[in-house]
Design a protein around this ligand. Structure first.
Ligand SMILES: [Zn+2]
Length: 330
């Protein structure tokens, strides 16, 4: 028995975005206050000291897939010196793309929160939010003005999720809405963009504006798993409109086990094995990465075998057990 082994989806490029821009006087953190950022996400009126705008932790709940394009010409560069095809960005990208694992997670609801305090300056909601390609620029967005004059744009929000109104004051960590895939977006993510008083965009990594920035190299991590009844092509759009999870199978039925991986370097391996009630083990079927991934979704499909009873589905990263779930074979 050999499994069918599939790469379902990967995200190296995310979105392109258009945001509005504002016009207040800005003083930067390098200005006359002379104050530098601290590890505490304390607010400073003169400059931005950003906390993370999506709830959860790096590699578990979200992963940063695109930085600001530091090359304002036709090339691509990120703040860490990645150039061209090695830059974690795409040409002309003005913000930071923070992806969640799937439309399943989007449906479950992942909160977007204020990175700094401010006053809600504009709100756009009501646009459709299940985009998997760039069909339009009708994104749901919240724009918040900080006392420094910077305008922070939280883009691609889920339809109907906006939780604030124009003129409202928000504090760091207040929920603004939920991650979605509205507008020019291929996958549920937050495009987080900062513009200054001239409307020019600001790279929060290059300017060192985060109080606790994520690592540039995302350590490999398993973000999400699910199991469905195969074959996947019986579903109209299993990526965008995920079918219900299944945990009961008949012998001989096709099972498709998925997992979503954040990060991953050349040579890292991902795999899955199935262990039956009597210790019968099928797999593991490790797959070695041949390139660096930022976010990828993998699936293993195989026909369920005897014995009947409770089986565990064991996901592995680099040969180590990582996550486990149970299915019942009848
Ligand atoms: Zn973006």
């Amino acid at each position: 028995m050999s499994p069918r082994f599939l790469l379902l989806f990967f995200l190296q490029l995310g979105c392109s975005d258009e945001t509005t821009e504002g016009g207040f006087k800005v003083s930067t953190r390098d200005g006359d206050t002379g104050v530098s950022a601290t590890s505490e996400c304390e607010d400073h009126s003169g400059y931005l000291n950003l906390s993370w705008p999506v709830v959860g932790t790096d590699g578990h709940d979200w992963v940063l897939v695109n930085y600001v394009d530091a090359d304002r010409g036709e090339g691509m560069a990120d703040y860490a010196g990645g150039l061209g095809g090695l830059a974690k960005t795409y040409d002309g990208h003005r913000g930071v793309d923070i992806s969640i694992s799937s439309f399943r997670e989007m449906d479950a609801g992942v909160s977007v929160v204020a990175a700094v305090p401010g006053v809600v300056e504009y709100v756009i909601d009501g646009f459709e939010d299940r985009h998997t390609e760039c069909v339009d620029y009708d994104a749901n967005i919240v724009g918040v003005r900080h006392s420094s004059g910077h305008l922070l744009h939280y883009v691609h929000l889920k339809t109907g999720s906006v939780a604030v109104s124009v003129g409202e004051e928000v504090m760091t960590g207040d929920v603004l809405g939920q991650v979605g895939s509205s507008g020019c977006s291929t996958h549920p993510h937050l495009h987080f963009e900062i513009t200054d008083s001239t409307g020019d965009w600001v790279d929060p990594f290059a300017e060192d504006l985060w109080c606790d920035p994520p690592l540039y190299e995302t350590p490999i991590h398993l973000m999400e798993t699910w199991v469905i009844q195969g074959p996947s092509d019986q579903y109209e759009n299993p990526y965008q409109d995920p079918p219900a999870e299944t945990d009961v199978f008949d012998v001989g039925e096709l099972l498709v086990a998925h997992f979503v991986v954040a990060g991953g370097d050349v040579g890292d391996t991902v795999g899955v094995s199935f262990v039956g009630p009597d210790g019968t083990t099928v797999g593991p079927w490790p797959l070695a990465f041949e390139q660096v991934w930022r976010l990828s979704t993998w699936a293993w499909a195989f026909n369920v075998v005897e014995p009947r009873g409770e089986w565990s589905v064991r996901y592995e990263l680099n040969g180590e057990p990582y996550m486990e779930r149970t299915i019942s074979v009848e």
